[in-house]
Design a binder for this molecule. Sequence first.
Ligand code: HEM
Length: 516
Amino acid sequence: MVADGYGQTLMDQKMTRAAPVGELGLLAFDDRGQETRLDRSGSLRGRILKYVLARFGGAQERGSNWLHRTSLRRPVDAARMALSMAAAVARAVWVGIDPEGFFRRHSSDTKPFLRRFPGLGEVLFVSTVDGARDILTAPGTLCRAPLPNPIEPLVGQNSLILLSGEPHRRTRSILMPAFHGERMRGYVDLIADATNDEIVALRPGDQLAVRDAAQAITLDVVIRVVFGVTDRARRAEYAGVIRELMRSGTAPLMLVPWLRREIAGRGPWARLVGFRAQLDGLLSEQIEKRRGIGAHGTDVMDLILSATDEDGNRLGDDALRDQLRTMLAAGHETSSTSLAWALYHIHRDESIRSRAAKELAAAATPGEIAALPYLGAVIQETLRMHPPVPIALRRLTGPLTVAGVPRSGGDVVGIALPALHFNPDVWKDPDAFNPDRFLERKPSPFEYAPFGGGYRRCIGAAFAQHELAVAIGTIMNTVELRMPASERRRKPPRAVLRAIATKPNREILLDVIAWR
Ligand code: HEM
């Protein structure tokens, strides 16, 4: 629907809540949670004002401001709005600088807490098991993906992450089979090859830059296993374009849609669009090539090309490229961060390193490495301490009570994972890195949720756990690494937020002691 004016339309439609969507659109909800999308063009001043309100105000306030046409009329309202915006921006900066610290402060909270963020408005966060259960068991019919999502320019509008309702369910049913547990056997050798290529040049006396190496390995894994590219020169071409694309997705461009404009074919947006088109060109060629030779079912690309939903529909080319870029965006940084943290914690504590090394010495193949229990527990503990995606969010389309607090259609609710994972009622001595806790007891999906859960649970969860185990195992079985005393004395790195995932804020260097 194209609205004449937001406020008038909200009144006419008896809409009680509104939330921003797209650049200048609104998703408005009536009392029963029925939604209407409003898109509006208008004077530049009006558009900027509405855009600022839509991004920085809370859902309920936005609705009522337009409904009653009080926005910024009274100096008191204007001052309150300015303060609220400043607090939301300051909070977003704090979350960006220290997401784990920001949320862990709430690990002992027994009640949910409200926080307002630019773009999302007010979010009700939970850090308790009951709250997580309420959110993760909410059906897909009661939730939407919270929009706008800053990664939209990278992944495209057909991305699974941005879809809701029936299109989301159908697309998931096409993508999921490529990530089922039994498929992993076909992928682990490719993961081991990608890891070996990265460490083959290391010699005793060298240092391994953990964050850079993790980044390179996980990028190569996406290119080989997800995009199905085997040729070395072609893989290097992909890696070059993807690095430029990621670099051009700067924070201002991701957060401020208004900046997404080309100036005579130049500027940051033109750069991003250019690299995205280059990647799409490579992906289109790869899709054509695979269609030509027929699918063999050995990598994700093959399986997605041949997959259909229950009505026999396949993904169109645009949607297919959007899903491939989605897996790149969702699967590369998250795994890279986890690999870096796991190597850090393993080598920081000699007892953990020697126990993992002993277990690994008995594993001859990547498949055997992926099944090792202690290594698996190390990975689980890494994801408990440093969930790379720190929040799992849902926008409600109707009423839901979350941890005893009633919410309505249009509201955003979320799990603060660093708080849930440090909840002292569940985790004894949560600050200690202790893999044994996962060998002693299997936590419930509402106590531990690094991959989110419910109808939107990460489709790459099994893949990521195999990838991490095989990459760590291959590195430790190839070279003996030690943490230098200087690193041991330093304060541990801090997680910072980058695009979709967190990452350690500085490089971590490990000494190469010997080849095994
Ligand atoms: C350690 C690595 C990873 C972590 C911690 C992680 C975490 C997450 C989380 C928390 C979500 C949101 C779930 C929710 O809202 O309930 C998610 C969604 C998603 N992840 Fe992952 N992820 C990882 C790796 C991967 C990989 C390797 C892939 C694919 C190759 C992937 C693809 C996706 C996709 C497509 C979604 C969207 C699912 C949907 O909206 O239905 N992730 N991930």
